[in-house]
Design a protein around this ligand. Sequence first.
Ligand code: NOS
Length: 289
Amino acid sequence: VLNEDTYPYEVIEEIADFITKGSGMRPRIGIICGSGLGSLADMIQDPKIFEYEKIPNFPVSTVEGHAGRLVVGTLEGATVMAMQGRFHFYEGYPLAKCSMPVRVMKLCGVEYLFATNAAGGINPRFAVGDIMLMHDHVNMLGFAGNSPLQGPNDPRFGPRFPALVNSYNKDLINKAIEIGKAMGIESNIHVGVYSCLGGPNYETIAELKALRMMGVDAVGMSTVHEVITARHCDMKVFAFSLITNKCATEYSDKKDEEANHEEVMAVAKNRQKACCELVSRLIREIHMA
Ligand code: NOS
């Protein structure tokens, strides 16, 4: 019987086999769709769909705006698998469980992880609807002694003490900047630092001020544990935040400065076309290279 919260190599292998056999594919690129960005997976051609509840030993996602299925197929000629619905710490799952699907991707053959998220903009230069290409992160959960890599290390995935400098692939960031120019949205594209908090509550003003002082540009409740897991097993990582709201870093009585999930979803819906184009063009470049 599987202990709910530990996923031995053999179990991950079983899940990966289920997906590669069921789809007849070994995908090369893995995509994680952020809140409201599920349409990234809708671009996939000849999709084979696996509902999370039908995948043996897979968690189910509980967040509004996340469908809860894996979509395997081709995009711009490349074989891809996309998670429509990710797992967050605030759902009550341990981090290792939240990022377990990244290991499934690895054993399915994935070399590149594309992680996307909706995030609050802390950098005052960011506007709602902008895209921030992640070039680094501050792992607040890690500061607090939590990591998806806690517990016994299985060297078949990676080393006990993985380095995380240069986690965000520079070539892919540069390519994405060029694509942004070609799309005519360069003024809406930034490069910055993301931080993940546990959630589900949004941040206080004092917390946002503190994050700003630490050099954080955008804040959310996801992605970092997935990136750590992906780097541990030596995947190339590309990640971006869609800025769905501006975080107030000064005290004010204005109600409209409070973050809320409806706004997050609405902005994501509005901007998903640009996000889809960025992702598909970048995948095309990887596939052609
Ligand atoms: N999200 C945010 N998380 C923290 N702070 C923010 O300002 C923010 N904006 C978007 C909640 O709406 C969902 O969207 C992200 C979080 O990751 C969360 O999953």
